[in-house]
Design a binder for this molecule. Sequence first.
Ligand code: MN3
Length: 199
Amino acid sequence: MAFELPPLPYSKDALQPHMSAETLEFHHDKHHQAYVDALNKLVPGSSLDGKSLDEIVMESAGKADLASIFNNAGQHWNHTNFWKWMKPNAGSAIPSEVEKHIVGSFGSVDKFKEDFVQGGVGQFGSGWVWLVSDGKTLEIMKTPNGDNPLAHGKHALLGCDVWEHSYYIDYRNKRADYLKAFINNLVNWEYVAELLSKH
Ligand code: MN3
C-alpha cells in the first residue's frame, strides 16, 4: 500500500506568529511530500515491501544497504508526528500527569524546557530533539538526519525538527529562538499526554 502525506491537522496560518504559513507550505507540502514520494519509489520490491511504517523504520535502522529507505521512512514517521505535536493557541499549560513525570525526571518544567532547547541547539547539523521515555523515566535525546527514538527502542513523547527548513524562513539562523517558541507556544500537550499514557 502506498504511503500518503497526511493533511495538516490545522490551517497553514494557524500557528502564526510562531510558525508561518510559508514555512508550513514548504515544510509540509514540499519537504514531507518528497520523503513520502521517495519511500513509494524505494519500498516496492524491496525486502520491506508490505511492512508498516514502524516496522520499516525499526528493520532498516543501522543497515547500510537500506540507508535510503531508513532516512525517508524515519522522516515520514518524524514529520507525521511533528504536525500532531503542534496546535494553534497551545499556550503553556501542561496536563498534570505529564508535568508530574517531567518534574520527576528533570526537577522542574523550566529545567526540562532548558534541556530540550539545549538539546536542539546542540544537535550539530540537521536532525531532531526529543523527549523520550524508556517506560520509567523521561529524558532528552537528539538524533541526526532522519534518525529517531523508535530506531533505538525508545518511545518518543515529543519531538522538534531542527533541520534548517523548519525554521530558516521565520527565524533565519536563530535555532534557539525557534526552539523556545516551539516549547513555549506550539506544543500540543494533550498529544504528549496521550503518548505518555501508552508508555
Ligand atoms: Mn522537516
